[in-house]
Design a protein around this ligand. Structure first.
Ligand SMILES: Nc1ncnc2c1ncn2[C@@H]1O[C@H](COP(=O)(O)OP(=O)(O)OP(=O)(O)O)[C@@H](O)[C@H]1O
Ligand SMILES: [Mg+2]
Length: 309
């Protein structure tokens, strides 16, 4: 397999903030990679360095084997990108916006019509960009990123803030691209489901560092026997007193949803112990579920926080 993106020991700091603190990454041809991390993890800084928008303080970045310096023109034609927040020109229509971008690459009307169909915006060709819905804006941003048939596509949070239907529309466009072309994709996201649905390779980052990297199966199979028990009580959450100290297993409390979770490596042996503990302390369970570990749980185990916090 041919590597199309290669990062070696990339660093970038803003005053005292080490936004990206030594990251290695290789993306192969046709591969979709997700960079998953909470707010401030360093995702935008990392992708903007790959895009040539920001320069690393140190480390090496190669796209299609080339460094940015001296190869700007070639690389601008080879990549497509959408930024975390896309600003369009308010008083241009969807058609005019696409025509403008097409002209940067000497592409004509045919390509504009084709890309409108790809992102399913045919019904909006005459609309001013300022009148588009959030989902339509994101699809237009994706159309602009795809217009030059890029070998390398870089999308910074393509679905943040969208409702589940609009999110799925973007996913289906990207999955279609995956099946029909050899494009490599790097996307950043807060949504583990997005990483899981679209990407072959997932990199979990926090505070500028890689915590884990691998396929979904690799990330979750390390402790395949582990199960998550999520529970809530009739009483307020988290329960006051020394619950956490006395509980035989570390508890993570999601205060927003009033839920506690524990991780058990041997459910048959450990669950009775947990139930005994609740029983002797007089806690009344309102809800309890047992499930497989997810990326979100892995993230919590690694950082003590949830991805959406
Ligand atoms: N231009 C800048 N000047 C100073 N600090 C910056 C700058 N850009 C980013 N940072 C800091 O670097 C860290 C990483 O920011 P970055 O935008 O890369 O995070 P992120 O993972 O994209 O977050 P989000 O999910 O909120 O988009 C943050 O602490 C941020 O405040
Ligand atoms: Mg960001």
């Amino acid at each position: 397999m041919k590597p199309v993106i290669q990062l070696k020991s990339v660093h970038k700091a803003f005053q005292s903030v080490r936004a990206v603190n030594g990251i290695d990454l290789t993306v192969f041809e046709g591969q979709f990679t997700a960079i998953l991390g909470p707010n401030g993890a360093g995702k935008t800084t990392l992708v903007e360095m790959i895009e040539g928008i920001q320069r690393p303080d140190s480390g090496e970045i190669r796209i299609l084997g080339l460094e940015w310096k001296g190869n700007e023109k070639t690389l601008h034609h080879a990549i497509g990108l959408s930024l975390q927040e896309t600003r369009f020109i308010d008083r241009l229509t969807v058609w005019e916006t696409l025509r403008l971008f097409a002209s940067f690459y000497d592409l004509g009307k045919d390509r504009v019509s084709e890309i409108l169909e790809t992102v399913n915006l045919q019904g909006k060709t005459g609309a001013y960009t300022m009148n588009l819905s959030g989902g339509q804006r994101q699809r237009l941003a994706l159309a602009l990123a795809l217009i030059n048939r890029p070998k390398v596509l870089l999308l910074d949070e393509p679905t943040t803030g969208l409702d589940p239907n609009a999110r799925r529309d973007i996913w289906s466009i990207l999955l279609d691209l995956k099946h029909r072309s050899n494009t490599s994709l790097v996307l950043t996201t807060h949504y583990m489901e997005e990483a899981e649905q679209l990407c072959d390779n997932i990199m979990i980052i926090d505070k500028g560092l890689v915590l884990r990297e691998g396929t979904m199966d690799q990330l979750l199979s390390e402790d395949a026997a582990e199960k998550i028990i999520a529970f809530s009580f009739e009483t307020p959450h988290p329960p006051c007193g020394d619950f956490d100290k006395k509980c035989p297993f570390p508890v993570y409390w999601d205060e927003k949803n009033g839920k506690g979770t524990i991780l058990l490596s041997n459910i048959e042996g450990q669950l009775p112990q947990f139930l005994d503990f609740l029983n002797t302390r007089g806690f009344r369970i309102k809800n309890m579920e047992c499930r497989r570990k997810t990326l979100d749980d892995l993230f919590t185990a690694l950082t003590g926080r949830r991805l959406d916090e």
